[in-house]
Ligand binder design. Structure first.
Ligand code: GLU
Length: 282
């Protein structure tokens, strides 16, 4: 087994991000309950192994839109906020029930970019995470869409949960970030358009050549593309964490990755000596 993969078995604090398109059925937009249940079981089992786990879950807007009977993802800010408000509560209700079945305590943390830019707020968030993880709780994080989308400037909004999960990883000093996506990982080209595209299973250095491979691959339910995922890798690896992009089609991939199986693209940690999260938020 590759030694970098083998090292994944020793991770102590991990962040798992799951996107809206992985949480909902493509055909109907309804919540995929079986998948959600499996995801929760995977995370509880990690906790039972003694690993501290944070879940970054999207889906507030998608679930809210479905609940309110909208056929499309809303574009208008106020409608997005309304959907997020309905959907976040509903999503948490489902999560709470599922986590309780495995005797796990889950909590909710809603974040905004503004609070991350403010040193006092950031410290508060950090302390809360620290306390929750110490208590064996699994925090479920999302962007506070009802507030963040209010601010029109991109500068004041994470906008996608890939970036949010990388920021959380850096802020809490996690040693691994797993981004569950609708693609297996990084390719030399977009495999949906180019059948010759080759899979890259490990990235040791995020040089210009790698960064150029990021092509926007949006889906109906989610927002982050490959370019976004590569900039997340910048944040996570510079903070000292490994990062993996893996196909969230089967969430059982989480324990397989943690057992060292060679799946997805692994970006190796390259800790910056004077890592400054704020620099990456600008
Ligand atoms: N925060 C948004 C939601 O929960 C999702 C952002 C994203 O798709 O990354 O609906």
């Amino acid at each position: 087994m590759d030694e970098n993969r083998a090292r994944l078995r020793d991770k102590k604090r991990i962040v798992v991000k799951i996107g809206s398109s992985s949480l909902t059925h493509e055909e109907t937009g309804e919540v995929n309950l079986i998948k959600l249940e499996k995801l929760v079981r995977e995370l509880c089992d990690l906790r039972n192994r003694g690993i501290q786990v944070v879940l970054v879950s999207s889906g507030a807007i998608a679930v809210g839109a479905r609940t309110l009977g909208l056929s499309e993802r809303p574009q208008q800010t106020a409608l997005k906020q309304a959907c997020a408000s309905v959907g976040q509560a509903r999503l948490m209700m489902i999560y709470q029930r599922l986590f309780a079945e495995y005797n796990c305590i889950a909590s909710q943390i809603l974040m905004t970019k503004n609070t991350m830019l403010n040193a006092i707020n950031r410290e508060n968030a950090q302390n809360t995470f620290e306390k929750l993880l110490g208590l064996g709780v699994i925090p479920i994080v999302n962007e506070n869409d009802t507030i963040s989308t209010y601010e029109l400037s991109q500068l004041q909004q994470f906008g996608d949960n890939d970036t949010l999960s990388a920021v959380v990883t850096a802020m809490i000093g996690a040693d691994l970030l797993i981004l569950l996506s609708d693609i297996e990982g990084l390719y030399t080209d977009d495999p949906r358009l180019n059948p010759e595209a080759c899979f890259i299973d490990k990235v040791e250095r995020l040089d210009e050549e790698i960064m150029r491979l990021g092509k926007g691959a949006g889906t109906r339910a989610g927002t982050g593309g490959m370019a976004t995922k590569l900039s997340c890798a910048r944040i996570a690896t510079a903070s000292g964490a490994d990062m993996i992009i893996a196909d969230g089609g089967d969430v059982g991939i989480i324990h397989r990755l943690m057992d060292g199986e060679e799946r997805g693209t692994l970006f190796l940690a390259a800790r910056e000596e004077h890592f400054d999260l704020e620099k990456y938020l600008m």
